[in-house]
Write a protein that binds this ligand. Structure first.
Ligand code: NAI
Ligand code: MG
Length: 482
């Protein structure tokens, strides 16, 4: 597939360069080579996009029926699937993820538009009993123009997740994708136009976080912000929004535990546990980056996971191996630095993948690494590494398992592996996390399942009907009719 040498912003239905004319080079992390460029948008471009979105909201989108909005989104879902090969390759080149994983992400992006296309006209308000001779209704109304700050790890999926829900709820959108991964959001937004989405309803402005991202978070025309990314940037965005009293949904990092009890079905658990940290080279907010193993089976499970790590092959995204490179040089250095400091502290490596022969020397590769007997307070046990690094710990009984599981600042997801029904529920209640999976993990994207964090993993919920409701606010209408 030939990829255009230059990509443009999408504002008011038109492809435009940044007002400054500046561009950012796009590097394929599989080989370190520049293959296209994106515009370096800034405040003027964001301003134009927000104005276009307001205009579209007033003129067309808020007058569309929910059914018509849903139909456009359903058409977009079909179009994304029809373009799955092209979109998967864009995602693979932009992020480095193996083709098979990119294909899953594109299918999930389509599924978001399918889900929210179907949900658009099923979003109901309430009527409320009140005084005699009155009727009260609480109706759901869109916020207006919503801002979407998207990370680079799942650009297509997270675009679908927040834009799909926001458009279905009747908002118009301004999207600022991550500077490391803008290509699928731009392409899907162009497909949306072809599917009949009116110009200006969905705008995409590429640029740096501290420029275009900060301008979007602070723009007075934005009525709601959904942010996915680091805990630090999440706080910066929430501060900017707080000054304007604008609601924010924050989906931040995680340090999610996989808890394996002695009665677990290991044949089922082990492959899922390995996949949960290898997927997208560990650059997943829900990465299962800690495995907690009951002491009586610790050595056995560690050996099984270690053998799988030893067999992992890493290489270019297009080669479609087990694991691709990290997204950029900065992330590669950050993750390698954490691996090296753990080794320097004497933490034992119990399994490590291998770089495939002939992998480009300038690729941003990091070997998937399993660390054993990790002290609970060590940085690799506490910090979000955002790379293919799994830390193993031993525990004794449910109380210690819950204590270890809850012993970080994060609370996004958790996996529990046990055949004991009572224990399944006790653990599910004891764990501080937005999602707990029992004898499975990740559930294939789980578009139908409310998703979001506790503690430093953020607040607000996305996915499912809960995510759709988040893109609305309630207006109460009280009528006295006697
Ligand atoms: P980041 O949080 O800075 O970037 C996420 C998005 O925020 C990007 O679109 C970026 O352009 C934008 N952004 C950056 N600064 C901004 C600002 N001042 N105002 C508004 N928007 C801004 O994350 P970064 O630096 O790319 O990655 C660093 C770490 O963040 C990773 O190592 C990982 O731990 C975490 N992360 C977590 C993600 C998740 O899914 N929870 C996704 C991406 C990163
Ligand atoms: Mg990229």
């Amino acid at each position: 597939m030939s990829i255009p040498r230059q990509h443009l912003n999408l504002i008011d239905g038109q492809s435009r360069p940044a007002a400054s004319g500046e561009v950012i080079e796009v590097i394929d992390p599989s080989d370190g080579q520049v293959f296209t460029s994106i515009p370096r948008g800034a405040d003027g471009d964001i301003d134009a996009a927000v104005n276009a979105a307001h205009d579209a909201f007033r003129r067309v989108w808020r007058n569309q029926t929910a059914t018509d909005r849903g139909r456009i989104l359903s058409r977009l879902a079909a179009s994304i699937l029809a373009h799955q090969d092209e979109l998967s390759e864009l995602e693979c080149r932009d992020t480095g993820k193996p083709m098979a994983q990119a294909r899953v992400d594109i299918a999930a992006c389509a599924r978001y538009f399918e889900f929210y296309g179907g949900a658009a006209d099923k979003l109901h308000g309430e009527t409320i009993p009140y005084t005699a001779g009155s009727t009260v209704m609480a109706i759901r109304v869109p916020h207006g123009v919503t801002g979407h700050i998207i990370p680079w790890n799942y650009p297509a999926q997270i675009f679908g997740r927040s834009v799909g829900a926001s458009l279905a709820a009747g908002n118009c959108c301004v999207v600022k994708p991550a500077e490391d991964a803008c290509l699928t959001p731009l392409r899907v937004a162009a497909l949306a136009l072809e599917c009949g989405l009116p110009p200006g309803v969905l705008n995409v402005v590429c640029g740096l976080g501290r420029e275009a991202g900060a301008a979007l978070a602070a723009h007075p025309g934005i009525a709601h912000i959904s942010f996915t990314g680091s805990t630090e940037t999440g706080a910066t965005v929430a501060e900017a929004a707080a000054r304007r009293h604008v609601p924010v949904t924050l989906e931040l990092g995680g340090k999610s535990p996989q808890i394996v009890f002695a009665d677990a079905d290991l044949g089922q658990a082990v492959p899922v546990i390995v996949n949960a940290i290898i997927q997208s080279a560990g650059q997943t907010c829900t990465a299962g980056s800690r495995v907690l193993i009951e002491r009586s089976i610790y050595a056995e499970v560690l050996a099984q996971i270690g053998a799988r790590f030893d067999a992992l092959r890493i290489g270019p995204g297009l080669s479609d191996l087990d694991c691709g490179p990290l997204v950029n040089r900065r992330q590669q250095h950050k993750v390698m630095g954490m691996i090296e400091s753990a080794q320097a502290d004497g933490i034992r490596i119990a399994g490590q993948g291998k770089l495939v022969a002939g992998a480009p020397v300038d690729g941003c590769y990091v070997l998937p690494t399993l660390f054993a007997d990790v002290p609970a307070g060590h940085a690799i046990a506490q910090k979000e590494i955002f790379g293919p690094v799994l830390s193993a710990f031993a525990f004794e009984g449910e109380d210690e398992a819950a204590e270890l599981a809850n012993g970080t600042d994060f609370g996004l997801t958790a996996g529990v592996w046990t055949r004991d029904g009572g224990r399944q529920l006790r653990m599910a209640h004891a764990i501080e996390a937005g999602q707990v999976f029992i004898n499975n993990y990740g559930a294939g994207g789980g578009i139908e399942l409310p998703f979001g964090g506790m503690k430093h993993s953020g607040y607000g919920r996305e996915k499912a009907f809960e995510g759709l409701r988040g893109f609305t606010t309630i207006k109460t209408i009280a009528i006295k009719h006697g």
